[in-house]
Design a protein around this ligand. Sequence first.
Ligand SMILES: [Zn+2]
Ligand SMILES: [Zn+2]
Length: 362
Amino acid sequence: MDKSPETRHPVPAFGWAARDPSGQLSPFNFSRRETGEDDVRFKVSYCGICHTDLHCIKNEWGSANYPLIPGHEITGVVTEVGSKVKKVKVGDKVGVGCLVRSCRTCEHCANDYENYCPKPVFTYDAPDYDGTVTYGGYSDYMVANEHFIIKFPDNMPLDAGAPLLCAGITVYSPLKYFGLDVPGTHIAVAGLGGLGHVAVKFAKAFGAKVTVISTSPKKKQEALEHLGADYFLVSSDQDQLKAAKGTMDGIIDTISAPHSIVSLTGLLKPHGKLVLVGLPEKPLELPAFAVVPGRKTLAGSNIGGLKETQEMLDFAAKHNITSDIEVIPIDYVNTAMERLAKGDVRYRFVIDIGNTLAATKP
Ligand SMILES: [Zn+2]
Ligand SMILES: [Zn+2]
């Protein structure tokens, strides 16, 4: 097979790629497949910068193949559909999240949990079923099977809605699955970043009482006044932890740094659930007494299936939930990555691909 990214597929494409573990992104010519009969092609308008993108371009998880075009919070406008496509038409607003293919036959796919399929194809830097490698949304056009295309409701903006395709579904899915979407429940969101800030918005929309748990007392005003949380708890403050002991039905733990599980499970009521969605690099410590007394659940959750992603986006549109974003031009992306590494963003960078990418083409 032709291994050159530029000629491997018939349709020329352009994006920004990392070439080595320095993670520096720069202009890159490659190619995408033709629009197949079940495929949707769209011109990319915006792409969110997920923390995963930063891990991948720097090869922090050890699996990077260069050149690597990141981006899995991709939105745009349909330019071409295959003959069998029913879901969308040319001109529709659409998005693609973390997945572009799955086997479609296993029990998980059959139950709309493509995210737990044993043969998933992730949106970038993943081997596709045809032996080629996938390229993400820091690029001019996307093409994907219609099953993996999310329709954007009219009132959902393509910029502030983009991060919902990864950050949004990552927190929405566990709230639903673990029964934490019930009015009157007390939910805590641990960590107030890209994931945490949308978790607060979804939990409030479900009618929950919401506590934000953060290491940074500086985030209190923001959490309460801007995001609408009911309470704020500083994770290092033993008095506050003690006062909140045994009061919570569920905790969505978005923290990706090493942290104490015991101090979180201590906040749960009996039968309470602590759900991890962040991925700290080192193992967390779990003493049995954190979960045995009170029959508590420690669980994990990873993105969501396609049906649920559409449901999440429709729910967000209905409740005016979007991500808080800072829109940037593509040539700011390396600076944005440095700022993201320091946590200096409120709360998601979104690249204005549609208006700024073409001008960087050599
Ligand atoms: Zn992501
Ligand atoms: Zn499957």
